[in-house]
Design a protein around this ligand. Structure first.
Ligand code: 3HC
Length: 273
């Protein structure tokens, strides 16, 4: 997600520093940026020199201290509240006091993240992008309890400057997108587990019958089964209703390390593609 957000910003004229703790992840980001820009050139949407300018707007860093000069931060680390709090606390002490601290969290409370930054909490906001970021039009914008109006209006302006449509949702588990999407994906796992149909048929039925670009099980692999499982647990824990409990079939694949596209295997096998 971070790589997609960085590229989308750079394609819209914004200078970016993409930060990660692992050099290996930054290498993957570089490769993704190069591949996506080369495709845009091939499709004649960008000239080669435009693509070079876009690429030159992105620098890569493994030091969080390099964010100190940023005017804006969008955090897209692993969905782990403790980790996010550590990152936000560090950003709040190193970044300027007019810097917006946004999180691309898919389900963690923005109010909770904001509680880790003291006086900076009014500048903390949710900026939830969708995968693949360069393609998907939406940014779901989530205010925490004390997010300021100025932070929200600047966030709307930034999302629009990145070519996206911002829409506000309240700070409840899963916001709107994952409150609706994840139970549907979870139900597709139940349909598979209960023998209603095999994964290929479940996906084709939803693609051809409901005009989904991807069936729900294929989409789960694309998002990451670990991410889907985590979001279901957040929904279950906050809303307390058994209907949000992750399907055992989903849980089993996660426990087996089959997390979807990123591990080469999830519902489907991608090891040869
Ligand atoms: N990065 C950049 N561009 C990409 C891309 C990527 N990772 N993947 C695909 N694209 C572009 C392609 O370059 C192509 O552009 P072009 O037509 O202008 O050349 C266009 O998208 C279509 O790609 P393809 O022809 O390769 O394949 P498809 O037509 O099958 O589309 C898809 C691929 C866009 C991924 C489509 O299947 C889709 O929309 N799937 C659903 C995605 C979705 O629902 N995302 C939301 C997930 S939920 C989420 O992210 C929230 C989180 O909190 C869980």
């Amino acid at each position: 997600m971070g790589s997609g957000i960085a590229l989308t910003a750079a394609m819209n004229g914004i200078e970016v520093c993409q930060n990660d703790i692992a050099e290996e992840q930054l290498e993957r980001a570089r490769a993704y940026h190069a591949k996506t820009l080369a495709r845009a050139v091939k499709k004649e949407r960008l000239t080669e020199s435009d693509a070079e300018v876009v690429a030159s707007r992105i620098r890569y860093s493994t030091s969080l201290a390099d964010c100190a000069s940023a005017q804006w931060v969008v955090e897209a680390a692993t969905e782990n509240l403790r980790l996010k709090k550590e990152i936000f606390s560090s950003l709040a002490s190193t970044c300027g006091d007019d810097v917006i601290l946004a999180s691309n969290t898919s389900s963690i409370s923005i109010t909770d993240i904001g509680a880790s930054v003291g006086d900076a909490a009014p500048r903390v906001i949710g900026m939830h992008f969708f995968n693949p970021v360069p393609v998907m039009k939406l940014v779901e914008v989530i205010e925490g309890l004390v997010t300021s109006e100025e932070t929200t209006s600047r966030t709307f302006a930034l999302a629009e400057a990145m070519g996206k449509t911002p829409i506000k949702a309240n700070d409840r588990a899963g916001f709107v997108s994952n409150r609706v999407l994840m139970p549907m994906i979870n139900e597709a796992f139940y349909a598979w587990m209960d023998g209603v149909a095999e994964p290929e048929s479940i996906d084709e039925i939803m693609k051809l019958g409901c005009a989904f670009p991807m069936g729900p099980l294929r989409l789960a692999d694309f998002i990451g089964l670990d991410v889907c499982h985590h979001i279901m647990m957040v929904l279950y824990e906050e809303l307390g209703d058994q209907k949000y409990f992750p399907c055992p079939k989903l849980r089993q694949l996660v426990l087996a390390g089959r997390h979807g596209d990123k591990t080469g295997r999830g519902v489907y096998d991608y090891s040869t593609s």
